[in-house]
Design a protein around this ligand. Structure first.
Ligand SMILES: Cc1ncc(COP(=O)(O)O)c(C=O)c1O
Length: 456
């Protein structure tokens, strides 16, 4: 037992239900508001964008929601994903820490994103939807939805943030291989895209802009719905298969995490590895420290106020209370494209306010340094986003070394970096810079936050 490296579960152990953290929270998160009336949104407000089943999941407080059999069938393609004990990394760091990582790079798209893409495509198909629009930053989410669209016979149109589109041409081809259409955002295909281009012809784009474009197309066509790759409750819900499997695998290892680490873009992969354990803690179980690692260049959790804001730059979405840098904030074009989002999942923001998690924000160069160190010990080249989690885990392991204590550290290695070689090449050539966001731009974006008077 003591030298086991991989903890594998049989297909029969794929979770049968998604786990909903809302059921275990004593204080619910503030409601999502209609931007016109400032009243809580109802199912009718969301109906142009999402099928009813997903809207119901968005507002559900049931602890468990059954995973439909056709979705579990597709999950079998790569789930349960392996849990590794990073023995060679531990040795390289000379740390007494016990480091575990759940590896989601084994999925068809190369990350955790298909866990929700498959579920969302399934429910859309069930509702008779023919076309789904979406945004993508890193290209991982777009690839996942393209894959899911191909399985369920749904056309997928993807607005890919321009800076990532240019950095990763093969991600576009990957999406096209599954039959999806992928355009650089801002694009000339939507009113909002054209407006941004008129003002800033060389715009790098942002997830906020790409979301506006995708929402605009979906809202204007009856046969089309919209899908989001992170942030929303139902997306986080679908990702909870990761945490449930991880708990079973930690049990196989005869261990329990003291610290959990994940990277945060919109919050979906971080929350999933953490939610099951936070839920167990809230029900009287063992306490865990949970650390979110976000990019210094786009630090919503550590720098953004907790306030009502739009989910997109074009102000087409409802208002959610979240840690936000302002919906017009334009992060620098650093390499972890999946982490370039102005806001944080309302549920993750809420549990940060409840003191259940902590957050930190390193620059990209030390994250790449950590990723390379990890690759040389474990043989997996992480996605630039995942490098943030690797950095967080290595820092925790080095702290164990300094303090002379052995803690169990569990982190989510949310994706591989096989399409991110340009970023690694830039890192090795010393071309990767640690850009800070522009303070003036941040102040301007925050000044534009909508005014919402909340009942106390
Ligand atoms: C590999 C990878 N990790 C993390 C993220 C960030 O998203 P989230 O915080 O929802 O997991 C992305 C988003 O595109 C991604 O591609």
């Amino acid at each position: 037992m003591s030298d086991t490296v991989k903890y594998l579960l049989d297909e029969a152990r794929i979770p049968t239900h998604w786990y909903n953290l809302l059921a275990d929270l004593a204080v619910p998160p503030p409601p999502v508001l209609h931007p016109g009336t400032l009243k809580p949104v109802g199912p009718d407000d969301l109906a142009p964008l999402f099928p009813t089943s997903l809207i119901m999941q968005e507002v559900s407080t049931a602890r468990e929601i059954e995973i439909p059999e056709p979705v579990r069938d597709v999950y079998k393609q790569w789930r349960p994903s392996p849990l590794f004990r990073a023995r060679r990394l531990e040795k390289a760091l000379q740390t007494p820490a016990r480091i575990y990582y759940k590896y989601e790079g084994v999925s068809p798209a190369g990350s955790h994103k298909p866990n929700t893409a498959v579920a969302q495509a399934f429910y859309n198909k069930e509702a008779g939807v023919q076309r789904i629009t979406t945004e993508t930053g890193a290209g991982q989410w777009g690839s996942a939805l393209a894959f899911a669209g191909a399985l369920f016979g749904i056309d997928v149109q993807i607005f890919m943030v321009r800076v990532s589109y240019n950095q990763k041409p093969y991600r576009r081809v990957f999406m096209e291989t599954f039959g999806a259409r992928c355009v650089a955002s801002p694009s000339p295909e939507t009113h909002f895209g054209r407006a941004v281009l008129a003002q800033t012809p060389d715009s790098n784009g942002s997830l906020g802009i790409a979301i506006s474009e995708a929402v605009e197309v979906a809202a204007s066509r009856d046969d089309t719905k919209y899908a989001l790759g992170s942030v929303l409750n139902h997306v986080l819900l679908h990702q909870t298969v990761i945490g449930q499997e991880a708990m079973a695998q930690m049990e196989m290892a005869g261990d329990y995490p003291d610290v959990i680490v994940g990277c945060t873009g919109g919050g979906s992969n971080f929350s999933v590895i953490a939610f099951s354990l936070i839920g167990a803690q809230l029900r009287g179980g063992q306490k865990v420290r949970v650390v979110a690692v976000e990019p210094a260049a786009c630090p919503s959790l550590t720098r953004g106020p907790y306030a009502y804001d739009f989910g997109d730059t074009g102000h087409m979405t409802p208002l959610a209370k979240m840690h936000t840098l302002g919906s017009t904030f334009m992060p620098p074009g650093f390499h972890a494209g999946g982490l370039r989002y102005h806001g944080m999942a309302p549920l993750v923001s809420h549990i940060k306010e409840l003191g259940l998690i902590e957050a930190r924000a390193p620059h990209q160069t030390p994250c790449f340094e950590a990723g390379v160190r990890f690759a040389r010990a474990e043989g997996i080249v992480p996605a630039p986003e995942a490098n943030h989690a690797v950095k967080g885990a290595i820092d925790e392991a080095l702290r164990c070394k300094e303090e002379g204590v052995s803690r169990a550290i569990l982190f989510n290695l949310c994706g591989h970096g096989h399409f991110d070689m340009q970023a690694y090449q830039d890192y090795f050539a010393g071309r990767l810079t640690d850009q800070d966001y522009d303070e003036r731009e941040l102040a301007m974006a925050l000044a534009g936050l909508p005014t919402v008077h909340e009942a106390v």
